[in-house]
Design a protein around this ligand. Structure first.
Ligand code: GLU
Length: 408
C-alpha cells in the first residue's frame, strides 16, 4: 500500500514517537489500521450499472468508538483513506473527546451524478458498511464532497436495517433530522477561535488584524464570517478559479454568497493563489493539502498560519517558515471544530436531548479555547514546532489508554 500522503502521515507519527520518547511497540500498533473494510457498491449511473469501490478504515479505538468522515472523490485510494483515518485518531485524541479514528471513502466523482444517483450511492454505501458501524462502534460523518443531506439518507437507511431510529450512528445530520444547527459552521468557527487565541498571544488580540483565506469552501467562508465578527479584516480570498484582493476589506457576506452560489459578485484575479502570498497578519489555507511547499514557502508573508484544510503546509515548507519565525497552527488542532461538534451532536442524540444554538456554540468554543491553551503551554515548555507538540500530546493520550488497557 503506497501513497505520498500515507508516507508523510507515518513520518509525522514516527517523528512524534521519537521526540516523545515512546516505545517502538507503540509505533508498531499506531502505524497500522486495526481493521479495513473494502466494499463494492453497485449504482446505476446514466442507466448503466457501475460497481464503485469503497472503504471504511477503522484505525484505532483505544480512546473510544471509531469516528471520522466519509469522502466521495474520483482519485481517493485505500492508502489515502488509511492516512486520513490515522489523522482522525490523532485529531480526536488531541481534541480530548472519547473517540478513536476512522475514515470512509468511495472512489467516484459525485459532480457527475444526478441527485437520485447520489442518493442511491449513499444508501448502498451505508448498507455495505452497516455490519461494522453503529452508535457505539463507529460513527461516520461528512468529509470532502459529502454533506448533511447525505448523512440523512445514510441514517435513514441504517435505521431501516435496525428496524428503529438510530440517530447517533452518523453525525452532522441536518437540523431537521436530529442534527444541530451549529454543525454547518463549526469547522470554520473553530478555525476562527484558534486564530483568535493565537493572535492574542502574539499581538494581544485579533482585532484589526488582516486575514487572507485560501479557499472559500465551508471552512474558509465560515472562518471569514466569525473572524469578521471578532473584529479582524479579511483582505484576500480565493476559489479554485480566481482570487479577490481588497485592502479596504472584503465582507464575509460576499464570501458566504460565493460559498453558497459558487460565484463571486465582483471581478476576480485569474490566479487562485493570491491569498497565499498576500502581505497579511494571518493566513488561513482552507482548500486542500500541499498548497504551501518547499518551492513556494519563501513567498508566504503572513506571521501566523492557521491550517483550516488537512495538510496544507508540507513538512519541509514548515521547516523553512519556522526559521523565518512564522507560527503555524497545525490542522489537527485548528480544524477540529467539525469533529468536536460531531461529538456534541452524538451526546445529544444518545440522550435524545436537544441543546439550543447558543449553548452548543458555547460548549464548542470552550473546548477549542482549552485545547489551544493546552498546546500553547506545552509548546512553551518544549523546543519543538507546534505541530510536533500537538502530535506528541495526541500520541500521549492514546499511549496512556493503550498501556492501561494492557495492549502494550
Ligand atoms: N470530516 C471531518 C474531519 O475530518 C469531521 C469528522 C467527523 O465529524 O466525524 O474532521
Amino acid at each position: 500500500m503506497e501513497s505520498q500522503f500515507l508516507e508523510n502521515t507515518l513520518n509525522v507519527i514516527k517523528r512524534g514517537v521519537e521526540l516523545g520518547g515512546f516505545p517502538e511497540e507503540f509505533y508498531k500498533i499506531i502505524s497500522r489500521p486495526k481493521r479495513i473494510l473494502q466494499v463494492s457498491i453497485p449504482v446505476k449511473i446514466g442507466g448503466v450499472l457501475e460497481v464503485l469501490e469503497g472503504y471504511r478504515v477503522q484505525h484505532n479505538d483505544a480512546l473510544g468508538p471509531f469516528k471520522g468522515g466519509i469522502r466521495f472523490h474520483p482519485e481517493v485510494t485505500l492508502a489515502d483513506d488509511v492516512a486520513l483515518a490515522t489523522l482522525m485518531t490523532l485529531k480526536n485524541s488531541l481534541a480530548g473527546i472519547p473517540y478513536g479514528g476512522a475514515k470512509g471513502a468511495v472512489r467516484v466523482d459525485p459532480k457527475k451524478l444526478t441527485q437520485k444517483e447520489l442518493e442511491q450511492l449513499s444508501r448502498e454505501y451505508a448498507r455495505a458498511i452497516a455490519p461494522l458501524i453503529g452508535e457505539v462502534i463507529d460513527i461516520p460523518a461528512p468529509d470532502v464532497n459529502t454533506n448533511p443531506q447525505i448523512m440523512a439518507w445514510m441514517v435513514d437507511e441504517y435505521s431501516k436495517i435496525r428496524g428503529y431510529n438510530v440517530p447517533a450512528v452518523f453525525t452532522a445530520k441536518p437540523p431537521e433530522l436530529w442534527g444541530n444547527i451549529v454543525r454547518e459552521y463549526s469547522t470554520g468557527f473553530g478555525v476562527a477561535i484558534v486564530a483568535r487565541e493565537f493572535a492574542r498571544k502574539i499581538w494581544g488580540g485579533v482585532e484589526n488584524k488582516t486575514v487572507a483565506i485560501h479557499g472559500a469552501g465551508n471552512t474558509g467562508a465560515w472562518a471569514a464570517y466569525w473572524l469578521e465578527q471578532m473584529g479582524a479584516k479579511i483582505v484576500a480570498v480565493s476559489s479554485t478559479k480566481g482570487s479577490i484582493y481588497d485592502e479596504k476589506g472584503i465582507s464575509s457576506k460576499e464570501i458566504l454568497t460565493y460559498y453558497r452560489e459558487k460565484k463571486f459578485t465582483r471581478e476576480t484575479i485569474p490566479d487562485p493563489d493570491v491569498p497565499l502570498y498576500a502581505d497579511v497578519d494571518i493566513l488561513i489555507p482552507a482548500s486542500i493539502e500541499n498548497v504551501i511547499r518547499k518551492d513556494n514557502a519563501n513567498r508566504v508573508k503572513a506571521k501566523l498560519i492557521v491550517e483550516g484544510a488537512n495538510g496544507p503546509v508540507t513538512l519541509d515548507a514548515e521547516r523553512e517558515l519556522y526559521k523565518k519565525g512564522t507560527l503555524i497552527v497545525p490542522d489537527i488542532l485548528a480544524n477540529a471544530g467539525g469533529v468536536i461538534m460531531s461529538y456534541l451532536e452524538w451526546v445529544e442524540n444518545l440522550q435524545w436531548y436537544i441543546w439550543d444554538e447558543e449553548e452548543t456554540r458555547k460548549r464548542l468554543e470552550q473546548i477549542m479555547v482549552n485545547n489551544a491553551a493546552r498546546i500553547y503551554q506545552n509548546w512553551q515548555k518544549q523546543q519543538n514546532t507546534l505541530r510536533d507538540v500537538a502530535v506528541i500530546t495526541a500520541l500521549e493520550r492514546i499511549y496512556k489508554a493503550m498501556k492501561i488497557r494492557g495492549w502494550i
